[in-house]
Design a protein around this ligand. Structure first.
Ligand SMILES: Cc1cc2nc3c(=O)[nH]c(=O)nc-3n(C[C@H](O)[C@H](O)[C@H](O)COP(=O)(O)OP(=O)(O)OC[C@H]3O[C@@H](n4cnc5c(N)ncnc54)[C@H](O)[C@@H]3O)c2cc1C
Length: 271
């Protein structure tokens, strides 16, 4: 289907994009890689009056070293995240998750920030963002504000972003030397997750000294498996299967999947 008519705007700075959002009102939409928004427009599930294309804002692309954390620009493509050496060294989980997103064509267009803002519960980047304690850096008419991932994902396809705000950067603390794995159950290669588990662990002398575990598509948003994390800390790696039993989604079928996949993810992560 052909999308409904819209005005197409191409800002040259974040401030101009924010101004455009305010001027155009609630019916305007940001477009990033278009990999989720364009299908929605073509199916006429949304009919924004204006699209504000932030694809020209080079300040929003790339991964920067910011001391104890990485700053990932919202417009950094999945392909760029996959190949970034800072991500590889300090946030291995993100690289492994991104490897599983869609196919190479989509990974060249789709963006890190777009995936988080779209907030599809089956989206693969939400659970790792939550598990890694990522912080969203947001620009709006009142200036900049920061929102932790735990408060950013509000509901199905709903985030804490106001209609006149733009996600500009994501701060991810460094997890240097942590091992990681993303265990994704999908029907066919390149399909969305039925359930998936993002796990990253720090292992010292055979003992798990820290763990982060996030669950994809077990509810209206990502879920942090805090009970599993707590049960792992200070334990030998042999404690994984016991701890994985604590994974929960609140849904019978997915509960079982969550437990099985958590066990697999942690076992693969510790190697
Ligand atoms: C066939 C197919 C298979 C896919 N498979 C997977 C998969 O397996 N796993 C997965 O995780 N994803 C998958 N995706 C989705 C893909 O990862 C998209 O890249 C992602 O969902 C959206 O990113 P985007 O840059 O294209 O955003 P867009 O489509 O441009 O925007 C999505 C939404 O976010 C808003 N938005 C975007 N950027 C910003 C910003 N900076 N500030 C404020 N709002 C913003 C837009 O207004 C829109 O509402 C798939 C997509 C397709 C088409």
């Amino acid at each position: 289907m052909i999308p409904a008519d819209f005005r197409y705007l191409f800002p040259s700075s974040v401030d101009e994009a924010v101004r455009m959002l305010a001027e155009e009102g609630e019916d305007a939409k940001i477009i990033a890689g278009g990999q989720s928004l364009v299908p929605v427009l073509r199916m006429r599930l949304a009919a924004p009056t204006a699209l504000i294309d932030i694809g020209g804002l080079t300040e929003l692309t790339g991964v920067r070293d910011d001391g104890d954390s990485l700053l990932i620009g919202a417009m950094t493509t999945h392909y760029e995240v996959q190949r970034d050496h800072l991500v590889q060294d300090h946030a291995l989980l993100l690289r492994l998750v991104t490897d599983t997103i869609a196919d190479p064509q989509i990974r060249h267009r789709g963006t890190f920030g777009g995936s988080l803002c779209h907030a599809d519960p089956a989206g693969d980047l939400l659970a790792p963002a939550l598990a890694l304690d990522a912080v969203m850096i947001i620009a709006g008419p009142g200036g900049r504000r920061e929102v932790p991932a735990a408060e950013f994902f509000v509901d199905y396809f709903t985030t804490a972003l106001a209609p006149d705000e733009i996600l500009i950067d994501v701060r991810v603390p460094k997890y240097t030397g942590w091992r990681a794995h993303y265990e994704k159950l999908n029907r066919v290669a390149q399909a969305w997750s039925i359930v998936a588990v993002a796990a990253t662990v720090q292992v010292r002398d055979g003992v798990i000294s820290a763990a982060r575990v996030g669950l994809t598509n077990v509810g209206s948003g990502p879920v942090r498996a805090v009970d599993v994390e707590a049960a792992l800390v200070g334990q030998p790696t042999s404690a994984i299967s016991e701890a994985a039993r604590l994974a929960s989604s609140g849904d019978g079928y997915k509960d079982n999947l969550a437990r099985v996949l958590t066990g697999r993810a942690l076992t693969a992560a510790v190697g």
